[in-house]
Design a protein around this ligand. Structure first.
Ligand code: PBG
Length: 324
């Protein structure tokens, strides 16, 4: 009979005691803050479905990056809203594209902040798909070429890391080859390996105006029903040279994070996506939940499940709440 010898409540009696035996500790040092950059100057355009998040022009982005770095957040990931979109997403890999300009400015103004670039075409294509469209289908192999070009142009601009989010087969290997050939063997790849076709990306698509104009992304992003397939995707990306793998979204896929943690030795990232952010924000605005408490609980859960790195729109809030 364990009781009354064993009383788990003994270690819960005070905050100090609880902290002493805490199994999981959040730190701003493990967070990546996603940011949206747009053309113009002095632009600070709040995203309707993501309150507190803005489309920033390059000048204001640099200012914001300074305060992000001052909060002890080590990295940002950049998404671009280009001047123009076309069939082939050419502004994704233009030397003077919006993200390329942003990276140059941020690395100059805040050199110690790690700048990660999302590698994908959907923000740059007129049809909103993540790849080249041929006869109504997404042409995998034709897309690889453009993704490789995009990654290389971002690294030439100064990116510290590239993060392909397109879900084309073979893109990690193709990007690795391209970077190695160009003298960037030292630049790591953060692969969105298990990226699900999720309804939780809704607010992001408003932010980047990147909703597909026809069909959906189910022919390339993963089926939410699948868990074993996620492990296969991750294994393939590691084989192709991914340095960090990612599960996305985060909270609805904690099982995938936990399994991946057990099975693989590389660092694991998880993306708490726009819909996860906006749900908490909206419920808090209605007074239905305690925003700060709930956001910390979700991030703790994602970390507890096994994510080493978390991409989250709450990064600055975490810094505030941890008293940075
Ligand atoms: C694709 C990309 C998306 C997100 C990150 N990279 C959108 C999509 O796949 O539709 C979503 C991030 C979020 O919802 O916060 N470039």
């Amino acid at each position: 009979m364990p009781f009354p010898t064993h009383r788990p409540r003994r270690l819960r009696r005070s905050e100090t005691l609880r902290q002493l035996v805490s199994e999981t500790r959040l730190s701003t040092r493990a967070l990546v803050y996603p940011m949206f950059v747009c053309p113009g100057s002095k632009v600070r355009d709040e995203i309707g479905s993501m309150p507190g998040n803005f489309r920033l022009s390059v000048d204001l982005l640099v200012e914001e990056c300074k305060s992000v770095a001052n909060l002890g957040i080590p990295a940002v990931i950049l998404f671009g809203i280009p001047e123009q979109k076309d069939e082939m997403g050419t502004s994704a890999y233009a030397a003077d594209g919006i993200v390329q300009r942003a990276v140059r400015a941020v690395k100059k103004g805040v050199p110690d902040l790690l700048v990660i670039c999302d590698v994908c075409l959907d923000e740059y294509t007129s049809h909103g798909h993540c790849g080249v469209v041929r006869d109504g289908e997404i042409d995998n192999d034709a897309t690889l070429e453009l993704l490789a070009r995009t990654a290389k142009s971002q690294v030439l601009a100064g990116a510290d890391m590239v993060a392909p989010s397109d879900m084309m087969d073979g893109r990690v290997g193709r990007i690795r080859r391209e970077l190695d050939r160009a003298g960037f063997a030292h630049i790591p790849i953060l692969a969105y390996s298990a990226k699900y076709a999720s309804g939780f990306y809704g607010p992001f698509r408003e932010a980047a105006d990147s909703a597909p104009k026809f069909g959906d992304r189910r022919s390339y992003q993963m089926d939410p029903a699948n868990q074993r397939e996620a492990l296969r995707e991750i294994a393939l990306d590691i084989d192709e040279g991914a340095d960090i793998i990612m599960v996305k979204p985060a909270l609805p896929y904690l099982d995938v994070i936990a399994l991946a943690r057990r099975q693989f030795d590389v660092p694991i990232a998880a993306y708490q996506v726009s819909g996860e952010f906006s749900m908490i924000e909206a419920a808090a605005r209605k007074g239905w939940i305690d925003r700060d408490r709930v956001l910390m609980e979700t991030l703790l859960s994602i970390h507890r499940a096994g994510a080493d790195v978390i991409l989250t729109y709450f990064a600055k809030d975490v810094a505030r709440l941890l008293g940075v």
